[in-house]
Design a protein around this ligand. Structure first.
Ligand SMILES: NCc1[nH]cc(CCC(=O)O)c1CC(=O)O
Length: 315
């Protein structure tokens, strides 16, 4: 093993999902440059070890802060983040750069039922069905489309959530399709929920690899993995989120897509927590100014009263 090419150290949360994602990055790096190995450095964050409300976990971005410290200190060379969990209202550390956004997986949410339950879709769930999901974005949209459903707190890693579903704590659950797939549990999805019923979260199904800006070796290794269309979409969605000053538990949805003609459409929505009212904006623009598109959609939402809706939910 040549000593002048030390392995790239990938910092990650230690949850099964985060580890699966880190292995994906490690394998992509190995395929792009077989002469430079990469290794995974799992870190246990406060967010993984405690249950309860996000505020009790140390507030915004609790999942991200400890990985940031390790990257800044040089204990690791790369941190891989679910872009959905990176807050839009707190700037990233100045010395970091998003050197690669991996190609987006399916950004939709999906419905799960307890093992052995009769298979049916979201529209066929009877009134009073208890649906586990802690995200205000999902709760608001479920209530908007299906006011008879009840929703309840549902935290913890993907495997423990599914175990609790199967144990009868809830009659149904809504989780990210991409997360299920990465955890090898895609067979548990009974319905992938269309985005006009449940508009995805900003950044959903996108993994971002961050490194120190002055670390040219790692930056170059990651650049080779960047997916330009995903970068365009993330830039538009996160510009919107930033202008709305939204955090990861805000009642905000945002979804960018590219049409066959190459133009980019961004849909943004902001909800009252009970789904009784919402703001909605949809704009299309050339793909070369995605940040302007995001800012413009945010402006339209703010004009419709988005700020009041966002502030109705605490951090
Ligand atoms: N908030 C938790 C989270 N953050 C990222 C994913 C996995 C999929 C993704 O990247 O969107 C999940 C699980 C879920 O929401 O069900």
């Amino acid at each position: 093993m040549p000593t002048d090419r030390p392995p790239l150290r990938i910092g990650t949360r230690a949850s099964p999902l985060a580890l699966a994602q880190a292995r994906q990055l490690r394998d992509l790096l190995a395929a792009a440059d077989p002469a430079r190995p990469a290794e995974i450095v799992p870190m246990t964050t406060t967010g993984d070890t405690r249950k309860g409300s996000l505020a009790a976990l140390g507030g915004k971005g609790a999942f991200v802060k400890e990985l940031d410290r390790a990257l800044a200190a040089g204990d690791v060379d790369v941190c891989l983040h679910c872009m959905k969990d990176v807050p839009g209202d707190v700037p990233r550390p100045q010395g970091f750069i998003w050197a690669a956004y991996l190609r987006r997986d399916d950004p939709h949410d999906c419905l799960l039922l307890p093992a052995g339950a009769p298979r049916r879709g979201l529209a066929d769930l009877p009134p009073g069905t208890r649906v586990g999901t802690s995200s205000v974005r999902r709760r608001a949209q479920l209530r908007r489309r299906h006011p008879g459903l009840e929703t309840g707190e549902f935290r913890g890693n993907i495997n423990s959530r599914i175990a609790r579903l199967d144990a009868g704590e809830y009659d149904a659950a809504v989780l990210a399709h991409a997360g299920l797939r990465r955890a090898g549990l895609e067979h548990r999805a009974v319905e992938v929920i269309a985005s006009d019923v449940l508009c995805p979260a900003v950044g959903s199904a996108v993994l971002g690899a961050e490194c120190r800006r002055d670390d040219t070796v790692t930056t170059e290794a990651l650049r080779a993995l960047d997916h330009p269309e995903t970068r365009t979409h993330i830039t538009a969605e996160r510009a919107m989120l930033h202008a709305l000053q939204g955090h990861c538990n805000s009642p905000i949805a945002g979804h960018a897509t590219t049409a066959p003609d190459g133009r980019v459409t961004l849909i943004g929505m902001v909800f009252a927590p009970d789904g009784s009212s919402w703001a909605h904006a949809r704009e299309t623009a050339d793909r070369d100014r995605p940040a302007d598109l995001g800012a413009s959609v945010a402006d339209a939402l703010l004009t419709q009263g988005a700020r009041t809706l966002i502030e109705a939910v605490g951090p």
